[in-house]
Design a protein around this ligand. Structure first.
Ligand SMILES: [Zn+2]
Ligand SMILES: [Zn+2]
Length: 210
């Protein structure tokens, strides 16, 4: 029977493996494929408007990632060690994955409430509005640092038409609390031209125009 220390280490390994998958999937399976395949298409649709809305595809992703963990990683680790270690790796993987899912959704839907969530938001919205081929890690920074895709501008330029609701006050201007990290650019009214451009540029993994 594996010790608590071994099971904890196996769980941490599973979560760490997830962070690598988060980077690889986001960079290659989503952005580099330019809309080929459901994973890429759904993600680039998310880039068109930068809104996070729940839909049925999330249930597909959740099922897929649980299958990878409990149907793939667990038996693999069980073969190398024991079933208790295998399950611990899968639990760590699933915890890492759902942590990422929750952090990503909250970054879009709610203003940051801590140093960490402030970093998640700024890092991720530079990915959305500044350079979609940078900052592929959403929940952790280290793989972008390892692969040289980390960017940290002092302020993220946010096109007004794509600004997140939590960034704005009732007057539609940037809340002073966010002024040290974000700056609004462009005009507020989306036009047919900007809508077409936003779609084309999202699917080319290019930043939206001002
Ligand atoms: Zn996003
Ligand atoms: Zn992306």
């Amino acid at each position: 029977m594996a010790t608590i220390a071994t099971l904890t280490a196996a769980g941490v390994l599973g979560a760490f493996l997830w962070t690598f998958a988060e980077y690889l999937l986001h960079r290659f399976a989503m952005h580099a494929l330019h809309g080929k395949g459901i994973m890429s298409r759904e993600h680039l649709e998310h880039h068109v408007t930068s809104a996070w809305n729940f839909d049925v595809n999330h249930i597909l992703s959740w099922t897929g990632m649980l299958l990878v963990g409990f149907g793939g990683l667990a038996p693999l680790a069980a073969w190398a060690s024991s079933w208790s270690v295998g399950i611990a790796v899968a639990v760590g993987w699933a915890a890492g994955y759902f942590h990422y899912e929750i952090r990503h959704a909250l970054a879009h839907r709610r203003g940051p409430t801590s140093r960490y969530t402030g970093w998640v938001a700024q890092n991720h919205f530079h990915h959305h509005f500044g350079h979609p081929m940078a900052n592929h890690g959403v929940s952790v920074p280290w793989w972008d640092l390892v692969f040289g895709t980390s960017e940290r501008p002092s302020k993220v330029r946010v096109p007004r038409r794509l600004a997140l609701p939590w960034m704005l006050g009732d007057d539609g201007e940037l809340l002073p609390a966010h002024a040290d990290r974000y700056v609004l650019v462009g005009s507020v009214a989306p036009t047919e031209r900007t809508a077409q451009l936003d779609r084309a540029r999202a699917f080319a993994s290019l930043a939206p125009v001002d």
